[in-house]
Design a protein around this ligand. Structure first.
Ligand code: NAD
Length: 485
C-alpha cells in the first residue's frame, strides 16, 4: 500500500473513524493498491459537526477581508504544490498528468474568485423614508456540507470550499470513496494557509454518511455533485429535512454540427470533448447530431480520435465496473445496427495490464431510441445521430431529461443564436466543445442535471452560501412615525 490508511479530518486533526469497515483505494492507472478509506458512521459525522459548530462563532464574526487572507495563501500553496497535487490526482483518478494540471489550475482560479468576494458581497443601503434607512447584509449560514463525486478529486471540492468558507461558513466534506486522497491534501494546505481548526472537516464514507448529512439537525445547507440518481435522493432527503440544497446531477450533452462548420476545428473540439478525462466529465460531448451532409467532418473526427491513445494522451476510466459498463453500451449499439467507426473496446496499455482503459470510440448511425443516444455513458464515446434539419436536431436535444450543456458548430451566427435560444441546457457553446463558464460566471445545468435554485460557482454561489439580513434603522426622533416605520 503506497499511502498510509486514510483517516477522517476533524477539528484540524487526523482521527480514526468509529468503525473498522474500510474500502480499498485502487489506482485505475495500473490497478495498484493506494490506500484504504474508512466507512465512517453517523457518530463520526456528529463529531465533525460539533467541531464545525464550535468554530463557527469566531470564524463567521471575522471580517470577510480577513477571512479571504487564508485563501490568498491557499492559492499560493496550490500553485507551489501543483506538481504533487496533479500527480496524486492522476494516481487516484486515472486522468492524464496534463488533465490533472488543468484541474489544479482550475482550483487556483476558483480560489482566486473567492479572494474577490469582499468586492461582491457588499450589501445595499437606502434611505427608504425620511430619516429611515434599510440595509442588507449577506450572513453565513453556519455548518454546511459538500458531497462530491470521483471525476474531479480536487476541482469539485474547490467549487465549494473557498466560496462557502470565505463567506463565513464552516464545512464538512464527504469525498468520493473512490478518490479520497486529494481532499486530505487540500485539508493540509488549508491548515498551512492558516485556516482555524474546525472550519473545514472531512468525513469519509459512502451512502450512510450522505444520508446522515441530509438528516443532521445542525447542518444548514447541502451541496451535492454526482449522478442524477443520487442527486434526486439527496435533494429530496435534505429538503425534506428543511435544508437548503443544491444538487448537481449527470448529463448527456449534445453537439449539433452543421455542414458549414469549420471541419478541422470542429473535429478537434468534438474529439477532445468526448475523450478528455476519458469521457468522465459532466460537460463531455456524448451525443452528436449531424445536420445534413457532415460526412467530411465525421471523417476528420475519426482521424482525430485515432490519434488518442490509452496510456499516452488518454487516461484510465475509474474502475473495472466502469470499463465493463462502457464496453457493454458499445456492443449493444453495434447489435442494434449502429456502426462503430472507431472502436475503443479491449484497450490494453503495456506494463499496466491491471489498469482500466477504454479507447476513444465513435459510433455512427445511432438512432434516438438507442441507450447510447439517451443515457450517460461516462466514457470516451461519441454517439452520432443524423437529421435533415436544425429543428429535428433540437427536438432530439430537447427530449433529453438532462440539460447540462449543448454546443453548436457552425459559421452561421443567426443559426447559432437560434440554437442558443432553443436548446434546453444551462450551458451552451458555439464552436466550443466544453462550454464551461469560467469565473466569475457561474456553473450549473438545467432539468435533471441540477436540482435547486441558482448555480454552484461564481456570483451565484453567494446566494446559496449566505442568507440576507435586512435591517431598518432610524436615529432621529423628529423623523416621526408613519405606518411604514
Ligand atoms: P455518484 O452519484 O455515484 O456519487 C457521488 C457521491 O454520492 C459520492 O460521494 C458517493 O459516495 C455518494 N453516493 C453514491 N451512491 C449514493 C447513494 N445511493 N446514496 C447516497 N450517496 C451516494 O457519482 P460519481 O460516480 O462519483 O460521479 C459521476 C457522476 O457525477 C456523473 O453522473 C457525472 O455527470 C456527475 N457529475 C456532475 C457534475 C455536474 O456539474 N453536474 C459534475 C461532476 C460530476
Amino acid at each position: 500500500m503506497k499511502y498510509p490508511a486514510i483517516q477522517n479530518y476533524i477539528n484540524g486533526k487526523l482521527v480514526n473513524a468509529s468503525t473498522s469497515k474500510t474500502l480499498e483505494v485502487i489506482s485505475p492507472v495500473d490497478g495498484n493498491l493506494l490506500s484504504t478509506v474508512p466507512m465512517s458512521s453517523s457518530k463520526d459525522l456528529d463529531d465533525a459537526v460539533k467541531a464545525a459548530k464550535a468554530a463557527f462563532p469566531v470564524w463567521s464574526k471575522m471580517p470577510i477581508k480577513e477571512r479571504v487572507q487564508v485563501f490568498f495563501r491557499y492559492k499560493y500553496l496550490l500553485e507551489k504544490n501543483l506538481k504533487e497535487l496533479s500527480e496524486l490526482c492522476s494516481e487516484e483518478n486515472g486522468k492524464t498528468y496534463g488533465e490533472s494540471v488543468a484541474e489544479i489550475e482550475k482550483c487556483i482560479e476558483l480560489t482566486e474568485f473567492a479572494t474577490s468576494l469582499p468586492q461582491l458581497v457588499t450589501g445595499e443601503v437606502l434611505e427608504v423614508s425620511r430619516g429611515v434607512e434599510c440595509r442588507t447584509e449577506h450572513v453565513p449560514l453556519g455548518v454546511v456540507a459538500s458531497i462530491v463525486p470521483f471525476n474531479f478529486p480536487s476541482m469539485v471540492p474547490n467549487w465549494t470550499i473557498p466560496n462557502a468558507i470565505a463567506l463565513g461558513n464552516c464545512m464538512i466534506i464527504k469525498p468520493s470513496e473512490k478518490v479520497p486522497l486529494s481532499c486530505g491534501r487540500l485539508a493540509e494546505l488549508l491548515k498551512e494557509a492558516g485556516l482555524p481548526d474546525g472550519v473545514f472537516n472531512i468525513v469519509h464514507g459512502d451512502s450512510e454518511i450522505v444520508e446522515a448529512i441530509c438528516d443532521h439537525h445542525h447542518i444548514e445547507a447541502v451541496s451535492f455533485v454526482g449522478s442524477t440518481k443520487v442527486a434526486k435522493i439527496v435533494y429530496q432527503r435534505a429538503t425534506h429535512n428543511y435544508k437548503r440544497c443544491l444538487a448537481l446531477g449527470g448529463a448527456k450533452n449534445h453537439l449539433m454540427v452543421l455542414p458549414d462548420a469549420k471541419a478541422d476545428m470542429t473535429a478537434q473540439n468534438v474529439a477532445a470533448s468526448m475523450s478528455g478525462c476519458a469521457g468522465q466529465r459532466c460537460m463531455a460531448a456524448s451525443a452528436m447530431v449531424g445536420v445534413g451532409d457532415v460526412d467530411h467532418i465525421i471523417d476528420k473526427i475519426c482521424d482525430e480520435a485515432r490519434k488518442i491513445v490509452p496510456g499516452k494522451n488518454l487516461g484510465a476510466v475509474i474502475n473495472k465496473d466502469s470499463q465493463t459498463r462502457i464496453e457493454r453500451y458499445i456492443t449493444e449499439a453495434e447489435q442494434q445496427g449502429a456502426k462503430i467507426l472507431v472502436d475503443g473496446r479491449n484497450a490494453k496499455v503495456d506494463g499496466k495490464e491491471k489498469g482500466t482503459y477504454v479507447g476513444p470510440t465513435v459510433i455512427d448511425y445511432v438512432t434516438p431510441d438507442m441507450a447510447v443516444a439517451k443515457e450517460e455513458i461516462f466514457g470516451p464515446v461519441i454517439s452520432i445521430m443524423r437529421t435533415d434539419t436544425v429543428d429535428e436536431a433540437l427536438a432530439i436535444e430537447n427530449a433529453s431529461p438532462y440539460g447540462n450543456a449543448a454546443s453548436v458548430f457552425t459559421q452561421n451566427g443567426g443559426l447559432a443564436r437560434y440554437i442558443i435560444d432553443r436548446a434546453s441546457a444551462g450551458m451552451i457553446g458555439v464552436n466550443v466543445g466544453v462550454p464551461v463558464p469560467r469565473e466569475p460566471f457561474s456553473f450549473g445545468g438545467w432539468n435533471e442535471s441540477k436540482f435547486g435554485v441558482g448555480d454552484i460557482t461564481g456570483k451565484s454561489s453567494i446566494e446559496f452560501w449566505t442568507k440576507l439580513k435586512k435591517s431598518t434603522t432610524k436615529w432621529n426622533p423628529e423623523a416621526g412615525v408613519n405606518w411604514m416605520s
